[in-house]
Design a protein around this ligand. Structure first.
Ligand code: PLP
Length: 221
């Protein structure tokens, strides 16, 4: 399956005009596909699996900004800590602590997003509002010098019901706005929501970053 250049150019222009970041989700796709978008000037790519990400990063130009968008296990943080641009799916205090530890070891500050559970499906990872508040409380008691919390990430339900998807994104936007008031010390400027099937709704509801895979690279097998 080839890269859909036409779709890329159209989506990149659409998002660029609105100042929204496009993360091209390249999981399961070959190096050649990534290079094709790279040669068109694209730099932000997203991957879900640590091993796949480190393999690809080693073979591709160093100025690619790698976004980790999957579920990150604490014992694998060390493999991506030296180079990752943004970790989207932080969903526990323990994971945050481990990222901080590895960041300090690398003498870096790692940018992260807290993942909030907005879908009704049980299978989606993420914090509920109570857990989010717990993390805020823990942070206030012990800020982490190796971490910059830059915003929130969420995934809507996988459904054709657009009203439901819209309501879920709207909920995340409200949580994001409240968090800005609650945590003025955090540089909260990224709201990562929207994928191939729902990015237009996500943008209407206030997304600042969309994660798009299949529209650019074709369906995954
Ligand atoms: C795979 C994935 C995407 C991209 O999905 P598409 O529907 O192919 O655009 C976005 N976000 C996350 C968290 C993913 O796992």
């Amino acid at each position: 399956m080839a890269v859909n250049r036409e779709a890329y150019l159209q989506i990149a222009a659409e998002l660029g005009a609105k100042n929204i970041t496009l993360v091209a989700v390249s999981k399961t796709k070959p190096i050649g596909d990534i290079l094709e978008l790279y040669e068109l000037g694209h730099r932000d790519f997203g991957e879900n699996y640590v091993q796949e990400l480190t393999d690809k990063a080693a073979q591709l130009p160093p100025d690619i900004r790698w976004h980790f968008i999957g579920h990150l296990q604490s014992n694998k943080v060390k493999y991506i800590a030296p180079f990752v641009q943004l970790v989207h799916g932080v969903d526990s205090y323990n994971l945050l602590k481990e990222i901080n530890k590895q960041a300090l070891k690398q003498r870096r500050v790692i940018d992260v997003l807290l993942q909030v559970h907005i879908a009704q499906e049980e299978t989606k990872f993420g914090l509920d509002e109570e857990e989010l508040n717990e993390i805020i409380g823990q942070w206030i008691n012990g800020p982490m010098e190796g971490i910059r919390v830059c915003g929130l990430m969420g995934m809507a339900s996988f459904t054709d019901d657009q009203q439901k998807v819209r309501a879920e994104f709207n909920k995340l936007k409200n949580i994001f706005d409240q968090l800005k008031t609650k945590m003025p010390a955090w540089p909260l400027r990224i709201l990562s929501m929207g994928m191939s099937g729902d990015y237009k709704i996500a943008i209407e509801e206030g997304s600042t970053l969309v994660r798009i895979g299949s529209l650019l690279f074709g369906a995954r097998s």
